[in-house]
Design a protein around this ligand. Structure first.
Ligand code: C2E
Ligand code: CA
Ligand code: CA
Length: 244
């Protein structure tokens, strides 16, 4: 499934995050929160992750320029030395320019602070792939990770956005993170925006973009195609979002 990321400066869709779904014949729909950890433990995340990358790139290649796709990568995928080649190979095979591919990683990847992981991230970034820090604020020492790698974007965890309208402390934290990101040259995404109040707070805090049920739930690929086709093209070739 693909969920839109909306730029708060101009209300345009900048891209979509690919979110995996498993519709099990025996169990019905299983949440990724349940099956991704098992896939990570068993190592199955490597072939699953390769499939996600190929499918996401293939789907995004059919979207108008410059709409991008963001793919989540687990720390376990970085133990596979061929990961960088897999990522670049998936984009190349689909005909998707590398600068329309984003990779989302979490702090757990940098916990190990291995030189190999960082060099893999640098290799990806050097080819134009953008790297985002996901779920920011939920880890142990978030700030130190911002020093270790020049992320393109920080995704501020849903828990801060949920409380921002009614909790001065959360609001202050979101403001501080966007200010910090700006001085580091990074963009910010408000995750899990569900209400107009949360959207207003995200704007007030200076978030660059937002994602959440207020705009759209994750959509199947054909619905994304229809959404993009319905939206008015603007001179930049981007698509304008009209909320139904
Ligand atoms: P995530 O990367 O933080 O993705 C955002 C999650 O928030 C998604 O849950 C999305 O459906 C949900 N969400 C979006 N907007 C809202 C909102 O307004 N309110 C609320 N309450 N939730 C919202 P989902 O799809 O269940 O995925 C859960 C997690 O599973 C993801 O969290 C990510 O960590 C992992 N995941 C999903 N797909 C993949 C994948 O292809 N590979 C890997 N490695 N992990 C994945
Ligand atoms: Ca994510
Ligand atoms: Ca997230």
């Amino acid at each position: 499934m693909f969920q839109p990321l909306i730029s708060l400066g101009d209300n345009l869709i900048r891209g979509f995050e690919a979110l995996l779904r498993w519709d099990s014949p025996e169990r019905g729909p299983v949440s990724p929160a349940d099956f991704i950890p098992v896939a990570e433990e068993t190592g199955l995340i490597v072939p699953i992750g390769e499939w996600v990358l190929r499918e996401a790139c293939r789907t995004a290649a059919g979207w108008p320029h410059p709409i991008s796709v963001a793919v989540n990568l687990s720390a376990a995928q970085f133990t596979d030395r061929s990961l960088v080649d897999e990522v670049l190979g998936a984009a190349r095979a689909a005909g998707l320019p590398a600068d329309r591919l984003e990779i989302e990683i979490t702090e757990s990847l940098l916990l190990r602070d291995s030189a190999t992981t960082l060099s893999m991230l640098h290799r990806l970034r050097d080819t134009g792939v953008r790297i985002s820090m996901d779920d920011f604020g939920t880890g142990y020492s978030s700030l130190s990770y911002l020093r270790s790698f020049p992320f393109d974007k920080i995704k501020i965890d849903r828990s801060f956005i949920a409380e921002a309208p009614n909790n001065a402390d959360s609001l202050a934290i979101v403001k501080a993170v966007t200010g910090l990101a700006r001085s580091l040259g990074m963009r910010t995404t408000a995750e899990g925006v569900e209400t107009e109040e949360q959207l207003a707070a995200s704007r007030e805090c200076g978030c660059s973009e937002a994602q959440g049920y207020l705009f759209s739930p994750p959509l199947p690929a054909p619905a994304v195609g229809e959404l993009l086709a319905r939206l008015q093209p603007v001179p930049s070739g981007n698509a304008r979002l009209r909320r139904a």
